[in-house]
Design a protein around this ligand. Structure first.
Ligand code: FES
Ligand code: FES
Length: 172
């Protein structure tokens, strides 16, 4: 093993991350953001790489149920925390109501902002099943979209909220 390789090995951390309900062992350079580890080390490229400055929301994932910007979060800070990404939303072939609504109502157009927007909306609906349009706009104010004009995103979240409430009622 060359000296360069030894240094590279020494610079890596080994840890277990909990992603979409699975414990995954991963090793990565300690300076990497969660966004980089998800995309480059775990192959979860659904989470998008936008500004990397905390300004666009494309990289939002849920950590312990809260929407956080994975471009501003070091992966080493995520040990023992539940990470949810867009890849974990569908149940087999059954899309999450948010995914269906975004697709049906034009809340997703080029799709680049969509994973971050959907995960942010999921965090909202998990806590507030009946948000007003104003509340949806506030909760998603950090998710920049250059395609939709936002109205379709708000309508998609409202539609999904209704579907989630109906599903909840049917289950009880
Ligand atoms: S890529 Fe993280 S906020 Fe833009
Ligand atoms: S759908 Fe294109 S940026 Fe939002």
């Amino acid at each position: 093993m060359s000296v360069g390789t030894v240094k590279e090995v020494q610079r890596r951390v080994h840890m277990t991350l909990q992603v979409n309900g699975e414990e995954i062992d991963v090793s990565f350079a300690p300076y990497k953001t969660l966004l980089e580890v998800l995309r480059e080390d775990l192959g979860l490229t659904g989470t998008k790489h936008g500004c990397e400055l905390g300004e666009c929301g494309a990289c939002a994932v849920l950590i312990d149920g809260e929407p956080l910007l994975s471009c501003l979060t070091l992966a080493v800070e995520c040990a023992g925390r539940a990470i949810e990404t867009i890849e974990g939303l569908a149940q087999g072939t059954q899309l999450h109501p948010l995914q269906e609504a975004f697709a049906d109502l034009g809340g997703s157009q080029c799709g680049y902002c969509t994973p971050g927007a959907v995960m942010t909306a999921k965090a909202l609906l998990d806590k507030e099943p009946s948000p007003t349009p104003q509340r949806i706009k506030e909760a998603m104010s950090g998710n920049i979209c250059r395609c939709t004009g936002y109205q379709q995103i708000v309508e998609s979240v409202e539609r999904a909220a209704g579907c989630c409430r109906n599903a909840e009622r049917e289950a009880t």
